[in-house]
Ligand binder design. Structure first.
Ligand SMILES: [Zn+2]
Length: 115
């Protein structure tokens, strides 16, 4: 459960950015979470409710965009979606494991709505 510390640093980052823009409060924080990042969206939402208290983001919404994991199969030269959270990438066509993960490990704030 590292979602709480993630939520805290996310709010800190958002506050720093909002202050730079001279904003008074944060209305929404948009984040992208990859399926292979190890972050559970529901847990992050819950942690955010605690992390935002007493900050500029106290009434902010958390908008999560969930990104699927994508890997590349060397054998058939195609990208495929990884349908589990563990990063076990096995090509659905060749049934061969792939070591090349192309998407899904990201976890970052994509943009903010401030006022
Ligand atoms: Zn393949």
């Amino acid at each position: 459960m590292h979602e709480f510390s993630l939520a805290v640093s996310m709010v800190e980052l958002a506050q720093a950015a909002a202050r730079r823009e001279g904003a008074e409060r944060i209305e929404a924080i948009h984040v992208e979470i990859g399926a292979l990042s190890g972050v559970v969206p529901e847990a992050l939402e819950f942690a955010f409710l605690g992390a935002r208290e007493g900050t500029m983001a106290a009434a902010a919404r958390l908008e999560i965009t969930y990104r699927q994991g994508v890997a590349f199969c060397d054998a058939c030269q195609t990208e495929f979606v990884i349908d589990n959270r563990f990063g076990i990438a096995v090509c659905p066509t060749c049934e061969v494991p792939s070591a090349e993960l192309r998407e899904g490990r990201e976890m970052h704030v994509s943009h903010l709505e401030v006022a």
